[in-house]
Design a protein around this ligand. Structure first.
Ligand code: ATP
Length: 368
């Protein structure tokens, strides 16, 4: 096992595209780190540079204490699991799993032992003689994992390994991979654009946007304390509502005014974010998680209530999503735009401002 370290890593393609910009990230021995971000943010490129499938333009890549920039993929002793599984169709499951060991001239009985052991872990024993085309998607995915496990590598690299599976199987395999990683304790870097995978599988999550690392933290930390508007909007489903507000001292305590929507702030908010008090009298971007809206008005004091028009209700069984529009029409000021350097979040702010404020709330029907 080993650490994996990106030390000031850049990737510039010949056409000038900067896919990864000065990435600094350290994955501890045995740690499971998820690299997440929207399409094109550079996740796969970052992973491929660890694997040795892509040249590094600048910076140092280390596996353990060794700089691996100039090592071939074979010399790096890592195993990669791809989205496509890349199984050989003419080989049986056992042959697919043992192929890399055969190439490495490992004795036959040792290959058999390792393949049987991995098949046992993955529940593939009864399929060892089948060809990939006689397997389900989930079973093929397990064979691809098995091929990585038998090599007993220093690290696993996984590039969207679940994206070809249907929704139900994805949930199942997500848990299986997380358990397997814990059991084997192998350092793992896992790429996905799915923020649910990011939140549920890893020890830490690294969020990338346009090649730049935005934040790296434990999933709950990322959810509770996003460092910027991009992370706030990206992590969480449905997304956080973001609107422009004004922080005021108020006669009966501090509050944020978002259009006609008045949110009283408890003292705890100032204890948790001491810098908040610097923003009295200023405009700021206000983030509200959908689950923090309450439908039962009796529980709220008069000044916490607001009126909204329900636009759409989505009943999901255990919960209900409600899209609603408030009567406010906030205008986004130039000073907020320039103070916060985040184009996507502002596009979202501008969209909601021009249409009147649209929010999404989540309610638990068992506790309406
Ligand atoms: P996805 O989730 O869609 O796979 P990603 O986050 O993995 O996206 P990458 O595939 O790493 O993104 O690509 C990052 C950026 O680098 C993109 O803008 C992409 O167009 C660009 N890119 C990738 N390969 C090349 C290449 N060979 N030449 C030029 N640009 C490239």
């Amino acid at each position: 096992m080993a650490t994996v370290t990106f030390d000031g890593i850049w990737k510039r393609f010949p056409d000038g595209t900067e896919a990864v910009k000065e990435l600094n990230l350290n994955i501890d021995d045995g740690e499971f780190v998820i690299l997440v971000g929207p399409s094109g943010c550079g996740k796969s490129t970052a992973l491929r540079m660890v694997a040795g499938l892509e040249d590094i333009s600048e910076g140092k890549m280390l596996i353990g204490d060794q700089v691996v920039n100039h090592l071939t993929p074979k010399e790096r002793d890592i195993a990669m699991v791809f989205q496509s599984y890349a199984l050989y169709p003419h080989m049986s499951v056992a042959e697919n799993m043992g192929f890399a060991l055969k190439l490495a001239k490992i004795p036959k009985d040792e290959i058999e032992r390792r393949v049987n052991e991995a098949a046992d872990i993955l529940g593939l024993t009864e399929f060892l003689h089948r060809k990939p085309k006689a397997l389900s998607g989930g079973q093929r995915q397990r064979v691809a994992m098995g091929r990585a496990i038998v090599r007993n590598p220093m690290a696993f690299l996984m590039d969207e390994p679940l994206s070809n599976l249907d929704a139900k199987l994805r949930v199942q395999m997500r848990a299986e991979i997380a358990q397997l990683q814990q059991r084997l304790g192998v350092t793992t870097l896992y790429v996905t654009h799915d923020q649910v995978e990011a939140m549920t599988m890893g020890d830490r999550v690294a969020v990338l946007k346009l090649g730049e690392l935005q934040q790296v933290d434990a999933p709950q930390q990322l959810y509770d304390n996003p460092r910027n508007l991009f992370v706030a909007g990206f992590i969480g489903s449905p997304s956080m509502n973001i609107a422009e507000g004004h922080l005021e001292r108020g006669d009966d305590g501090p509050h944020v005014q978002v259009g006609s929507f008045n949110i009283r702030l408890p003292d705890a908010a100032f204890e948790r974010y001491p810098r908040l008090s610097e923003y009295f009298g200023h405009r700021l971007a206000v983030g509200m998680r959908p689950e923090h809206f309450i439908r039962e008005v009796d529980e709220l004091s008069e000044d916490m209530r607001f009126r909204a028009e329900v636009r759409l209700v989505e009943a999901l069984g255990s919960e209900m999503l409600m899209h609603f529009k408030t009567d406010s029409r906030p205008v986004i000021s130039e000073d907020i735009k320039s103070a916060l350097d985040d184009e996507d979040a502002f596009a979202e702010l501008e969209r909601t401002a021009s249409e009147g404020q649209d929010f999404t709330g989540r309610f638990d029907p068992s506790n309406p």
